[in-house]
Design a protein around this ligand. Structure first.
Ligand SMILES: *Cc1c(COP(=O)(O)O)cnc(C)c1O
Length: 397
């Protein structure tokens, strides 16, 4: 059986998105900046897509800037806030220890340039405490950036509360909502969001395209100089087929939000209940405050990479952390931020499912994972030490 359970890394394009894209590729090849009718036809299609995407977030079209994906949107959001802050001599940024690298690596670079960065703890349950944000805000704070839902463990952050605190204190608030959009309801007005990043390939749209939402009146800094596309904030001829595919995918995902969740949540819960039966296993992140499809477990005494490869041999696609950290020997910074020790964090498995998965597939996963964990433990010197009492278990049996 083939089971794709790595939807947090990327998703298959939906038929709706493919149809919208191929139609755009055939019909709408004009340059939207051209003044003739072929160009203006492309311009209409581009602006309709912008309207559609704005509607899905409860934003307005003017607040939507197209980017090459989530990473670019994160970079542009942070650097825009930094530029606005610098004009007022504000050089302090608040974020969390378990952000995506598209946020953390920008902050590391800014730290080297003299910015002061406060990275908040996320506590054992993988959730940021809004009061921690309130207490960290200083008169020179230029930006608070906290992700909407974590890509490795799936926990949902109290974005509305954090946004309200930022609004009250006059601090810009950005959220990386890449794992939230198309999976849980997001409303930029109610959620008090100033800047938001999203990426199409995480909700059955194409890769290489995303959006930066910036609330009216927030002046974006440019990362790419050139033509006057995107109101002068992002140069380069627009990727119309991908943008059209993204609009179709977001419309479909948002229209089916409740129906999809009703299908995915019971499958996820079955997965959690089944995997918890494995001795010395641990569900990472809050049991309930999580997106419908992401489950992340640690199994003591094994290596996540070996588990992933053996599951792949049985047709199951999973992840041992984020795609960006695989290939490196460091355990996931997300799991470390939850207070899980290095050697235990190495034994992690992320399964991310969605509405395209079936109950038979969940049963197949629940048959395979305990067998593979058992097999790996039998060969593991660490497990031997745990069993003989030379080493202490971290989790309960
Ligand atoms: C995937 C992801 C990104 C990066 O998006 P790309 O479009 O692949 O650049 C950023 N943040 C989070 C939380 C993600 O899951």
């Amino acid at each position: 059986m083939l089971v794709y359970a790595d939807h947090a890394a990327t998703t298959e394009m939906s038929e709706t998105a493919i149809a919208a894209m191929t139609d755009a590729m055939r019909r709408v090849w004009g340059n939207p900046s051209s003044l003739h009718s072929v160009g203006q036809e492309a311009k209409v299609v581009l602006e309709n897509a912008r309207e559609e995407i704005a509607k899905a977030l409860r934003a307005t079209a003017k607040e939507i800037t197209f980017t090459s994906g989530g990473s670019e949107a994160d970079n542009q959001a942070i650097l825009s806030a930094v530029k606005l802050g610098a004009a007022k001599n504000k050089k302090h940024i608040i974020s969390t220890k378990f952000e995506h690298h598209a946020v953390l690596h920008v902050l590391e670079k800014l730290a080297k340039e003299g910015y002061e960065i406060t990275l908040l703890d996320v506590h054992e349950n993988g959730i940021v405490d809004p009061e921690d944000v309130r207490n960290a805000i200083r008169p020179d704070t230029a930006l608070v950036t906290v992700m909407y839902a974590n890509n490795e463990i799936g926990t949902i952050q109290p974005i509305r509360e954090i946004g309200a605190i930022c609004r009250e204190r006059g601090v810009l608030f950005h959220t990386d909502a890449v794992q939230a959009i198309g999976h849980i309801p997001v409303d930029v007005v109610k959620d008090n969001i100033d800047l938001l990043s999203l990426s199409a390939h995480k909700f059955h749209g194409p890769k290489g395209v995303g959006v930066l939402f910036a609330r009216r009146g927030i002046r974006l800094a440019t990362l790419i100089e050139g033509g006057a596309q995107e109101r002068g904030k992002r140069a380069g001829t627009e990727n119309i087929p991908s943008i059209v595919g993204m609009a179709a995918a977001i419309k479909e995902a948002v229209a089916n939000l409740d129906a999809n969740a009703a299908k995915v949540v019971p499958l996820r819960d079955k997965l959690i209940t089944g995997l918890r039966k494995i001795p010395y296993s641990h569900l990472n992140g809050d049991r309930d405050r999580r997106v419908p499809g992401i489950v992340n477990f640690c199994f003591e005494g094994i290596e996540g990479e070996s588990l992933l490869l053996l599951l792949d041999m049985r047709g199951i696609s999973s992840s041992s952390g984020s795609a960006c950290t695989s290939g490196s020997l460091d355990p996931s910074h997300v799991l470390l931020s939850l207070g899980i020790p290095h050697e235990v964090a190495h034994g992690s498995l992320r399964l991310s499912i969605d509405e395209t998965n079936t109950e038979e597939q969940i049963d197949y996963i629940l048959e395979a994972v305990p067998q593979v964990v058992d097999y790996l433990r039998k060969m593991s010197p660490v497990w031997e030490d745990l069993e003989s009492g030379k080493r202490n278990h971290f989790f309960a049996k």
